[in-house]
Design a protein around this ligand. Structure first.
Ligand code: AMP
Length: 457
């Protein structure tokens, strides 16, 4: 088995690894780090949870330790699809670079341009950014990418889902041809292959086995049911969800409820709150400060249930949870494996429940084909619109309860989008240059209590 000492990392980096408490490199680290240190381009096929962040940050720190940053010309660039992921990469850098003097800047939406400009003006070794925000800075003339020695693209498959590929191509073209590129993606869609062929130079491909299996520690169940009509689907699902949560009782200490659409994240969160649950939500349209606060609350166990979209939750280092609820059947089968992989970690027990309506059956079939096993069906009685006898009630017998009336309307409006792609994040693909947002001020906004220390320096 490869040891960290075999990888060729500098003593200062090794010391930081020791402090963090890692014993052995993960497979992606063992494979990618030596090539990255040699200066090779690396194409890493790895999912989140494999230790890929350290796989690129450690060699970057080792290499950047030599040399100095010049004003407005960062020496390295890490692109991440969401603000949270970018902030998480920044936290990793902080941890691993504590014995090396490196200046960093995090360019994400929700943080004041002015503060970010100040950092860039001073000169940074490492720039960590979401694509849209990076291009905003570039277009404001505040940033030159011609000094980039190392560029990392993290979670390229998510970038593709979110429509960022044109931005990524543009950013590649703004950086020097001589740069080293470390490119990570969980899957290799044709569009991603095309980009890597165009912008990577003879890359070393390193791959860790795709996660197509689910942990044996996780008890999986799916509830397939048919509400009386599509208008009450949302309410039926929420009632069902609450029934399951009630049945789980004390087994449930903390759980994540995944929805396919942002609108449902909001609706489910409000509904759970109304029914007395301790709950928070994260998705790409929510205010950054709120998102960070919710995550912190969930990590500290102040919040029991987190309602989330895949994009917002993807790659987030969330502690083990007892329960995962798939409010919707994920459209991409692999998302099921990611979602339920949040529970049953480190040998602990976990429970994963999924709600499946008839029109979601095709996605359920896809998941079962991927994990190569049927997901056990569960029958559960709910006091809701799912019961057949209610179809016999006169149509206008009773208006929906006040608290549920709004969600049903909202769902009816978005019904057509059921099979749409997963929720898009706030950082949308850019169509035309954007100026600074009106709400800039001198304060670092949007990071709650989690402002990485380097932003405060
Ligand atoms: P990532 O896939 O980069 O999001 O990392 C997933 C988790 O693995 C993070 O919590 C890391 O702190 C942790 N991790 C990364 N490298 C190692 C390692 N060599 N040994 C143990 N844990 C690690």
């Amino acid at each position: 088995m490869t040891k960290f000492t075999d990888l060729g990392l500098s003593p200062k980096v090794m010391k930081a690894i020791e402090d963090v408490g890692y014993d052995t490199p993960t497979p992606i680290q063992a494979e990618a780090i030596p090539y990255a240190l040699e200066g090779r381009d690396v194409l890493g096929i790895a999912q989140t949870g494999t230790g890929k962040t350290a796989g690129f940050t450690l060699p970057m720190i080792h290499k950047l330790a030599r040399g100095r940053a010049r004003a407005r010309m960062p020496r390295s660039l890490v692109l991440a699809p969401t603000r949270e992921l970018a902030a998480q990469v920044a936290e990793n850098f902080e941890q691993y670079a504590k014995y090396v003097k490196l200046d960093m800047a995090l360019l994400i939406g929700g943080v004041s341009f002015k503060e970010q400009d100040k950092l860039i003006d001073r000169g940074v070794d490492v720039l960590i950014a979401t694509p849209g925000r990076l291009l905003d800075h570039f277009e404001r003339g505040k940033l030159l990418l011609t000094g980039i020695e190392i560029m990392v693209v993290d979670e390229a498959d998510r970038m593709l889902d979110m429509g960022f590929i044109p931005d990524i191509e543009r950013i590649f073209k703004l950086t020097p041809f001589t740069r080293q590129t470390l490119f990570f993606s969980a899957t290799m869609a044709p569009e991603i292959t095309r980009i890597t062929q165009e912008f990577l130079q003879n890359p070393q491909r390193v791959e860790v086995a795709r996660q197509a299996t689910t942990s044996e520690n996780i008890t999986q169940k799916v509830v397939c049911f048919k509400p009386e009509n599509r208008k009450v689907e949302g309410k039926a699902k929420r009632d069902m969800l609450r029934s399951i949560i009630k049945e789980e009782g004390d087994k449930l200490t903390n759980g994540i409820i995944f929805c396919n659409r942002k609108v449902d994240v909001d609706i489910v969160m409000k509904s759970m709150k109304k029914h007395g649950h301790s709950v928070g939500a994260i998705h790409g349209d929510l205010d950054q400060r709120y998102r960070m606060e919710v995550l912190a609350g969930f990590k500290n166990n102040d919040i029991t249930l987190l309602v989330a979209s895949d994009v917002a939750a993807r790659g987030l280092d969330i502690p083990n949870v007892t329960h995962v609820f798939n409010y919707d059947v994920p459209i991409h089968s692999e998302d099921y494996v990611h979602r339920i992989g949040r529970t049953g970690r480190a040998g602990r027990k976990g429970w994963a429940f999924m709600l499946c309506l008839p029109h979601e059956q095709k996605h359920l079939d896809g998941i079962e084909a991927l994990v190569k096993q049927p997901i056990p069906r569960m029958e559960i009685d709910t006091p809701t619109a799912t019961k057949p006898e209610r179809t016999e009630r006169p149509k206008k017998a009773r208006p929906p309860k006040q608290e549920e009336a709004k969600p049903v309307v909202a769902e009816a409006v978005v019904e057509k989008a059921v099979d749409a792609k997963p929720t898009a994040p706030k950082e949308q693909p850019r169509k035309k240059p954007r100026g600074p947002k009106g709400n800039d001020n001198n304060k670092i906004k949007g990071l709650g209590d989690h402002v990485p220390a380097f932003l405060l320096r």
